[in-house]
Design a protein around this ligand. Structure first.
Ligand SMILES: [Zn+2]
Length: 479
């Protein structure tokens, strides 16, 4: 296995990767704030994390990934009130939409998706530790982290300590670098919060945004773990604040490697609703582009490079996604030819030396690229070199049916890490049908018809669909 290396934002250096426990990687990935549909820029981050997770697994690591769901913060409260809905009902809509989009984009499920509202006791406990250790102060019933109490504050984002304004506070969950200030760990209830509050040892109120990731990372990964990821916009203040809270509260190190992805821009500009260049996955798929094409496009640039989506469907401009679609078309065409030829293979046929060398070289190139800080261009380069060389051998008649099967198997194996090889129709999961079967199974269980309920579970299992029952309902995932 080649040396696995990642660019670590904490040291500004590409470093060899060594997990704390050999063979196992524990990683925390900041998840969505479920106040709206995620836009495709958000999915760039989740796809980079998916590639990271799949690469680690491909290289033989066991991965434990945690992604939080922020279902209480300034935005979710404000928007649920505007719709006259409870916070729980409002955020449930966007939690569900988020998982549908993940599945459509073939993003593997993390091991745990903790919701902030289910972990307030853990947050209260961490804040109490910070209070006891003298890192906080109270103002108007809220509790703030005193950043001057942590000399290392600013190390991740390269903010200089002399820019810190001691004792000046910020209440908003999100703020800019010009507002480096003591931030809220616990926000005292105000009438604007309405029904959203918890009665705790800290008083009546709600947690600030940053504390949830420190508390939930510790709960599921331990206080010191391997990798923490997010978009570059998370570096300050969110990740800086997470480090301060965790290191001061638990007295241990926090994450060893910090990986951050660059933004997706649309037509060279930051995506924003006011510029009219804001797209959700649903917008793009209803314009006729499959989630597989979107996945390919979002994965096709290295995660630390800004990626520009040239896209204005009303003006007929779709060149970025057209290019992704045509690359996948070349791959599909190649695979159709391989499948046709492969049908003629017979047991005992030998593989040609040329093709087996080609496959060995291709595998080496793909793995070396991914191990080098997830160089996806190199990995896709290995795929399309194989397509090109394979087409040449097909055209000259040098590829045997057994060779064709071997090449096809290789591409399928690579799909474990890339998730773009299988065409839509073959991996296409009919979510509505699955949901209908789950409803039928629940009805069967309620009617104590356990034989039918079990039959449905088994049927789905044969299709690679695994059901997970929990007190909040049944979830499914494709294995
Ligand atoms: Zn976070």
């Amino acid at each position: 296995m080649p040396t696995l290396r990642f660019y670590n934002t904490l040291t500004n250096w590409k470093e060899d990767f060594h997990p704390l426990i050999p063979g196992e990687v524990r990683m925390y990935t900041c998840g969505p704030t479920v106040h709206d549909f995620a836009h495709i820029g958000n999915f760039r981050a989740y796809l980079f994390e998916d590639l990271l997770r799949r690469t680690l697994k491909y290289l033989g690591f066991r991965v434990i990934q945690v992604m939080n769901l922020t279902d209480v913060d300034d935005k979710t409260i404000r928007k649920s009130q505007a719709k006259s809905m409870t916070l729980r009902d409002y955020t449930a809509i966007y939690k569900e939409a988020f998982f549908q989009d993940l599945d459509a984009l073939r993003i593997e499920r993390a091991e745990v998706y903790p919701a902030a509202t289910d972990h307030v006791p853990e947050m209260v406990e961490l804040i109490r530790r910070l209070v006891e250790k003298g890192h906080t102060y109270e103002a108007d019933g809220s509790i703030y982290f005193r950043i001057s109490s942590f000399p290392e504050y600013g190390k991740l984002s390269n903010i200089r300590a002399d820019e810190l304004r001691a004792g000046v506070r910020v209440d908003a969950d999100e703020y800019e670098k010009e507002d480096v200030r003591d931030f809220a760990l616990w926000k005292a209830w105000t009438p604007e919060d309405g029904e959203v509050y918890w009665e705790t040892a800290l008083g009546k109120g709600r947690p600030g945004w940053h504390i949830e990731c420190s508390a939930m990372a510790a709960r599921y990964l331990g206080t010191h773990f391997d990798i923490h990821t997010g978009g570059v916009d998370n570096i300050f203040p969110h990740h800086e604040n997470e480090i301060a809270q965790s290191v001061c509260g638990f007295g241990t190190k926090f994450a060893n490697y910090w990986l951050h992805n660059a933004h997706l821009v649309v037509n060279g500009e930051k995506m924003s609703k006011s510029l009219g260049n804001f797209y959700t996955l649903r917008d793009v798929t209803s314009a006729g582009f499959s989630p597989r094409v979107v996945r390919y496009f979002l994965l096709s640039a290295h995660y630390r490079q800004p990626l520009n989506l040239v896209y204005d469907p009303r003006a007929g401009v779709t060149e970025s996604l057209d290019a992704a679609r045509s690359a996948l078309g070349r791959l599909d065409e190649f695979r159709v030819k391989l499948t046709e030829l492969g049908r003629r293979s017979a047991a005992g046929d030998l593989q040609s030396r040329e093709v087996s060398d080609l496959l060995d070289k291709a595998e080496e190139a793909l793995v070396a690229a991914l191990a080098n800080d997830l160089d996806v261009s190199g990995a896709l380069g290995a795929v399309f070199t194989l397509v090109k060389e394979g087409n040449r051998l097909l055209a000259s008649g040098e590829m045997t049916p057994t060779d064709a099967v071997a090449v096809n198997d290789k591409l399928q194996r690579w799909d474990r890490v890339l998730g773009v090889v299988e065409p839509e129709a073959e991996t296409g999961v009919d979510a509505e049908r699955i949901e209908a079967l789950i409803r039928e199974r629940n009805e069967a269980r309620q009617a104590k018809n356990f034989a039918r309920a079990d039959e449905i579970r088994q049927q789905l299992l044969r299709e690679g669909i695994v059901l997970q029952d929990s007190p909040t309902g049944t979830r499914w995932k494709k294995e």
